[in-house]
Design a protein around this ligand. Structure first.
Ligand code: ADP
Ligand code: MG
Length: 241
């Protein structure tokens, strides 16, 4: 099957004083559709730089990145934004929800400027919230939800346009360990339903739920290991999603 992600010599330099910081240097990696991959490494190792490039939020200084066969490095900003909206959903450590909007409105947000009729927008948002187990919380605002529930809203928002790839930057970083486990069980259920996932984490216990771990150091990918994933739902002790 064709690769979903394929990078060749992917490199991002930032200017710094006289010289440059090599935030990412010469990364070759490919990811097949349906994979669940963790990206690990100490602070400053290039994880976020890598995720931003893969998410089409940034462009490389050098090298090539193909997303679903399309070369990203040479796209116009408009085409880049369109590709991002079509193929990718983002989840962050700190949820990034609109505080005064209820869960349903938050999830409808990404569909606002896409010419989708309001009724369809609403139906899709309701389905996405059901998918993350929040059918009964659609009219709660973020402050009326727990941290884990807020992250579920953010995941529903990431899913609502039907992305092939979910990108997560420390998605359990603001949650207690039990709630983090529930979020990883949800990720595993989504992955089984066909969503590819790339998850940045500094926590080996979180990376263990993926089927493959990329390890970064000083901007370089120095290890790429495939491993059997730990079953998060089994660790919670209840069937999930
Ligand atoms: P991580 O997410 O693993 O902590 P980052 O990708 O954020 O690492 O950063 C990698 C390196 O690139 C660090 O040395 C960081 O200081 C540098 N860096 C990241 N973003 C910028 C930027 N916008 N300008 C200058 N240097 C940057
Ligand atoms: Mg980072």
């Amino acid at each position: 099957m064709d690769a979903l992600i394929e990078t060749r010599d992917l490199t991002r330099h930032y200017p710094s004083g006289e010289g440059v910081v090599a935030a990412l240097e010469g990364v070759n990696v490919s990811m097949r559709p349906g994979e669940f991959v963790a990206a690990m490494g100490p602070s400053g190792s290039g994880k976020s730089t890598f995720l931003n490039l893969i998410g089409c939020l940034d462009q490389p200084t050098r090298g090539s990145y193909r997303l679903a066969g399309e070369e990203v490095g040479t796209l116009s900003p408009e085409r880049l934004a369109a590709l991002r909206g079509e193929k990718i959903g983002f989840v962050f450590q700190s949820f990034h929800l609109l505080p005064r909007s209820d869960a349903l409105s938050n999830v409808m947000m990404p569909m606002l400027y896409r010419g989708i009729p309001p009724k369809i927008r609403r139906e899709r948002a309701e389905m996405a919230l059901e998918r993350v187990g929040l059918a009964s919380r659609m009219h709660h605002t973020p402050s009326q939800l727990s941290g884990g529930q807020q992250q579920r809203v953010a995941i529903a928002r990431a899913l609502v346009c039907g992305p092939e790839l979910l990108l997560a930057d420390e998605p359990t970083g603001a949650l207690d360990s039990r709630t983090g486990l529930e979020i990883m069980a949800l990720f595993q259920a989504l992955n089984r339903s066909g969503v590819s996932i790339l998850c940045v984490t500094h926590d080996p216990d979180v990376a263990a739920f993926a089927g493959r771990t990329l390890r970064f150091r000083d901007g370089r990918l120095f290890e790429d290991e495939t491993h059997p994933p730990v079953d998060a739902a089994a660790m919670i002790g209840v069937p999930f999603a």
